[in-house]
Design a binder for this molecule. Structure first.
Ligand code: UDP
Ligand code: MG
Length: 305
């Protein structure tokens, strides 16, 4: 059986068209299938659209999370529900073309465990989003031991073996594409062209993108902590050199009021200390969050089962 998992946050207008695209692309597919929509706490009737579909087509199922837990948690919820031997994850806004599904299935059958995708182009995507995404992957790959293809998407197919491995990783701040890369197994990449979303606007607010980037980096790299220590050493050595200079000047009797140098030193030291404290704080917050071991999500309602 093939499972298709789609997280959806306020995508009411997109549920039907995306369902139709998937059905169309699978007309030649012999095996059984299920389509699982995960309503990530929508407020716009997304779930009633899913309910409508599940009444028409018994292969459609839906779960509604108890609030908005975010894209990555919704993916985890959907993958936990999937019963297929192969599982596809894709967006519910039409930006992950369903016409790619046969190609994903084919590639998987060549003996891969995971087939990932990268966007070669996104229609209607702003320059800010493109540039920030490019810089994020540069930074991520520079800092982390795990490598991620730039422009990679949460649009992929996995077999049961890879899915079980993925589900066994229980960390809270889930950065799916990093976890997948970290897991290993036999992986392949396919390219696709992302069209505009069918309706509505991006559900990744600036705040969500920032959290996503922070989760990614702090979950897969401790280099910022080490870089903090290196900055500390550089500042300390410079301070010592300056101290030698200052003491020498004192004994030579050439001390002057020194207001500027004092002010600059205090400002720079203060800034560096706060920055490093902030980095440590960020990791501490992750540890705090992780140790609470709360469930990743709650299910409020189900349909079509
Ligand atoms: N999404 C979600 N929860 C969220 C934000 C987004 O389930 O809190 C879903 C959204 O409905 C879509 C997918 O995640 O199916 C990708 O989001 P979006 O299309 O807004 O991101 P973009 O394509 O702009 O990067
Ligand atoms: Mg989208």
């Amino acid at each position: 059986m093939l499972s298709i998992v789609l997280p959806a946050y306020n995508e009411a207008e997109n549920i039907q068209p995306v369902y139709r695209d998937i059905t169309e692309s699978l007309t030649g597919h012999a095996g059984d299938r299920e389509i699982i929509f995960v309503d990530d706490g929508s407020v716009d009737g997304t779930f009633s659209e899913v309910e409508k579909l599940s009444r028409q087509d018994p292969r459609v199922r839906g779960i509604r999370l108890s609030r908005n837990f975010g894209h990555q948690a919704a993916l985890y919820a959907g993958l936990n529900e999937a019963r297929g031997d192969q599982v596809i994850i894709m967006d519910a806004d039409g930006q992950h073309p369903a016409s790619m599904i046969p190609a994903l299935l084919n590639k998987l059958s060549e003996g891969y465990d995971i087939v990932n995708t990268t966007r070669v182009e996104t229609e209607g995507s702003g320059a800010v989003k493109k540039t920030s995404s490019r810089w994020f992957y540069r930074l991520f790959n520079a800092l982390s031991d795990v490598k991620i293809e730039p422009s990679s998407a949460d649009f992929r197919i996995m077999n049961r073996k890879a899915l079980s491995a993925f589900l066994s990783i229980e960390e809270q701040d889930r950065f799916t594409r990093g976890i997948i890369s970290w897991m290993g197994f036999r992986q392949a990449i396919l390219e696709y062209r992302a069209p505009r979303r069918i309706s509505g606007t991006s559900k990744y607010s600036f705040r969500k993108m920032r959290l996503f980037a922070l989760d990614g980096i702090t979950s897969f790299s401790s280099k910022p902590l080490r870089i903090s220590a290196i900055i500390g050493i550089i500042v300390l050595v410079s301070g010592l050199l300056y101290m030698i200079y200052a003491v020498t000047m004192f004994f030579l009797g050439r001390t002057n009021p020194g207001w500027t140098s004092l002010l600059v030193t205090i400002l720079i030291l203060g800034g560096v200390q706060l920055l490093i404290l902030g980095i440590i704080g960020e990791y501490l917050a992750r540890i705090f969050h992780e140790t609470k071991r709360r469930p990743h999500y709650f299910i409020q309602q189900r349909t079509g089962d």
